[in-house]
Design a protein around this ligand. Structure first.
Ligand code: BTN
Length: 254
């Protein structure tokens, strides 16, 4: 593993992709102390206040069919949750496919970008954005109450490079395990940290009870009519609780 630490970049994904194109080996990682144009999933931007959070990308060259690539994202989220737990000494949970939650708020997001050659994966750039030393005021108001950081959850500050090295170690332990024994353990390990097992989850077009994670990393839902479906993409969120009926105030007029 080689960790390249850079002062400021637009996106660590692009830097790591550049190294991959030059032939850099699996495990080459790029940590930016400031990332000013981070990318998130589904074409979103990744808001990361400068200088306080982890922006880390690394190169994988897995011998995996593209249909199994989502399992790698799950594997990364297990490693990120493990590291958050190790530093905070309290549980971190997961939201499908690979958000990491503390106190039901997002503390980390993961983006995996694959390059294919003749239908096979030539490389995957794994990107992890982990909120480390940021305070709520470092985020735009629309994210307040929905995001957190290791600092907000513990009152303690952490060294970004320490976290990056620990995360890469934890991830590659799991990755080597998947290489030697296969990927069956990944959905099971992921489900052990799942924040929403049994919850009603909704995507724009579907609503169902969360049953489990398939062997390909898909989300298994049971819809109202009992049909079991496998979701492989999109933003899926827990159904908002219905507003409670308020008791009418009974006024004593006497
Ligand atoms: C998400 O939308 O939840 C995924 C966010 C991924 C952000 C990370 S930060 C490091 C790497 N560089 C980027 O531009 N994006 C990823």
């Amino acid at each position: 593993m080689r960790l390249i630490v850079l002062e400021e970049v637009e996106s660590t994904q692009d830097i790591a992709r550049g190294y991959a194109l030059e032939g850099a080996p699996e495990g080459t990682a790029v940590l930016a102390l400031r990332q000013v144009k981070g990318r998130g999933r589904s074409g979103n931007t990744w808001v990361s206040p400068a200088g306080v959070n982890l922006a880390l990308s690394w190169i994988l060259r897995p011998d995996t069919p593209p249909q199994k690539a989502p399992l790698l994202g799950l594997l990364v989220s297990i490693a990120v949750a493990g590291v958050a737990e190790e530093f905070l000494r309290r549980p971190a949970l997961l939201k499908w496919p690979n958000d990491v939650l503390l106190d039901d708020k997002k503390v980390a997001g993961i983006l995996c970008e694959a390059s294919l050659e003749n239908g096979a994966i030539s490389s995957i750039i794994v990107g992890v954005g982990l909120n480390v030393n940021s305070d709520e005021s470092d985020f735009p108001p629309e994210l307040h109450g929905r995001v957190t950081s290791l600092f907000m959850a513990s009152g303690r500050q952490f060294d970004l490079e320490d976290i990056a090295r620990r995360l890469l170690d934890q991830f590659f332990l799991l990755y080597d395990r998947a290489k030697s024994e296969g990927t069956d353990f990944i959905p099971l390990c992921w489900e052990n940290r799942w924040a929403h097992r049994g919850a009603v989850l909704v995507r724009e077009d579907v609503r169902g009870t969360a049953q489990g994670i398939g062997p390909d990393g898909s989300l298994i839902l049971k819809t109202g009519d009992g049909t079991v479906i496998h979701i492989t993409s999109g933003i899926v969120v827990p159904e908002a609780p219905r507003p409670e009926m308020k008791d009418e105030t009974i006024k004593n007029t006497e």
